[in-house]
Write a protein that binds this ligand. Structure first.
Ligand SMILES: Cc1cc2nc3c(=O)[nH]c(=O)nc-3n(C[C@H](O)[C@H](O)[C@H](O)COP(=O)(O)O)c2cc1C
Length: 223
């Protein structure tokens, strides 16, 4: 970890699995530990808490956006960044996670725009679920989230954890801490020294039309 830490940032952390004993939930807990030790604030979420019925435009029109997406949005907006530890299902992200992203994208202003995100995965397989993270990156980046370039994928995760929740392999543990630490520093930098503005336009190819137009500027946080 860095020697000079002035972490005044906060993070929503959740595992995108609803299974008891989830390996991704354990990885999320390890991220929580690393962030707390670095002085950061953590708000935990869970996929069960954020779970939504399958997206249906008629449901949205009649009863509105479901409570799971509302909880996700509230926690997202109350923190500076989000860390998602997601399983890989059939070389992609779990349907429940994509469904949550789809529902959350229906809010105005759109809550993922400008959010800092770190993606991680755990799987018993040798690739550690990394392909699923590339698929999660696509809708998140499409929605204007600042998805951190580095990701962490824990291979053979069923054998990787010690009793205390850290990783058996010391080198891997250091790499994990390094990835989380670099993410923290980038979120801190963006929060304290906002230098990058962005204009997010959802459908660039559309002709200007109030029915489809969604253009949002990133707000500049006061220093
Ligand atoms: C429907 C389904 C598809 C899966 N596909 C993959 C896959 O493509 N790659 C992989 O590494 N693991 C795959 N797995 C195994 C999961 O990585 C494993 O069940 C993991 O423990 C799930 O994460 P969790 O422990 O956080 O629930 C799949 C599991 C299920 C149930």
């Amino acid at each position: 970890m860095s020697e000079t830490k002035r972490c005044s940032t906060s993070y929503l952390i959740f595992g995108a699995s609803m299974r008891k004993g989830s390996l991704n939930e354990r990885l999320a807990s390890l991220a929580e530990k690393v962030i707390r030790e670095a002085g950061g604030t953590v708000v935990r979420g869970s996929m069960t808490e954020f779970d939504c019925p399958s997206y249906n435009g008629d449901v949205e029109t009649t009863t509105g956006i479901p409570v799971g997406a509302d909880r996700f949005r509230s926690k997202l907006l109350s923190t500076d960044g989000v860390i998602i530890a997601s399983p890989e299902y059939n070389a992609s992200m779990p349907g429940v996670l994509k469904n949550l992203i789809d529902w959350a994208s229906r809010y105005r202003p759109q809550p993922l725009k400008g959010r800092h995100a770190l993606l991680m995965s755990a799987s018993p397989s040798m690739a550690g679920g990394n392909r699923g993270l590339w698929s999660a990156r696509i809708p998140l980046e499409h929605l204007g989230a600042r998805v951190f370039p580095d990701m962490f994928s824990l291979a053979q995760a069923h054998e990787a954890f010690k009793e205390d929740g850290t990783l058996r392999d010391e080198k891997l543990q250091k790499w994990f801490e390094g990835t989380v630490d670099c993410f923290l520093e980038s979120v801190e930098a963006a929060k304290h020294y906002p230098a990058m503005r962005s204009q997010w336009i959802e459908f660039l190819g559309e002709r200007p039309n109030t029915a489809t137009e969604r253009v949002e500027m990133t707000e500049i946080q006061p220093v």
